[in-house]
Write a protein that binds this ligand. Structure first.
Ligand SMILES: [Zn+2]
Length: 165
């Protein structure tokens, strides 16, 4: 949880308060109802296939060797499908058609709800400033990492293995 100290509504200090049986960060003023719910944030994440290989990216500031899927927040009024296509274009310069929804995946450590998609993309790969590095990996060589977007990769590999039968 981020370190919020003051109420955004009235400016009083925030403190722990029991709300419906659960301890929450809430406004200390008795005149104010503000509760910091800390609900998970939806984040779109894409398994991007480019010329038969899967694109993994390393965000700026991530340790060397740490790669994940392209992810992004939704803009107000956007559907998840529109959001993932836009993020792919902004982050990688690639065009993606008909994103296929794979499911929702909890990423508790980041307080995110990942909306996983698979897309086939085309175009010239140009990374945005937010991305440091990319890798194209054959599907057979993908090793899903056990957290974050790795869980989407695992699910996709398992379901596409089933489809092959
Ligand atoms: Zn307040």
């Amino acid at each position: 949880m981020k370190d919020y100290r003051f109420c955004p509504l009235c400016g009083a200090e925030l403190g722990q308060r029991s709300v419906d049986g659960r301890v929450r960060l809430a406004c200390s003023s008795e005149l104010c109802d503000f509760v910091y719910w800390n609900n998970p944030v939806p984040v779109v994440a894409a398994i991007i296939e480019l010329e038969g290989r899967v694109l993994l990216v390393r965000s700026a500031g991530w340790p060397a060797g740490m790669f994940g899927l392209v992810t992004g927040f939704l803009e107000s009024g956007e559907t998840p499908e529109e959001g993932v296509v836009r993020e792919i274009r902004e982050e990688t310069g690639l065009s993606a058609n008909e994103p296929r929804f794979l499911g929702c995946f909890s990423f508790h450590q980041a307080n995110q709800l990942l909306l996983g998609f698979h897309v086939r993309a085309s175009g010239i790969l140009v990374l945005s400033d937010e991305l440091e590095e990319s890798r194209l990996v054959e599907r057979e060589r993908l090793k899903p990492w056990p957290f974050g977007t790795g869980v989407i990769v695992r699910s996709w590999l398992e379901s596409s293995a089933k489809d092959a039968f």
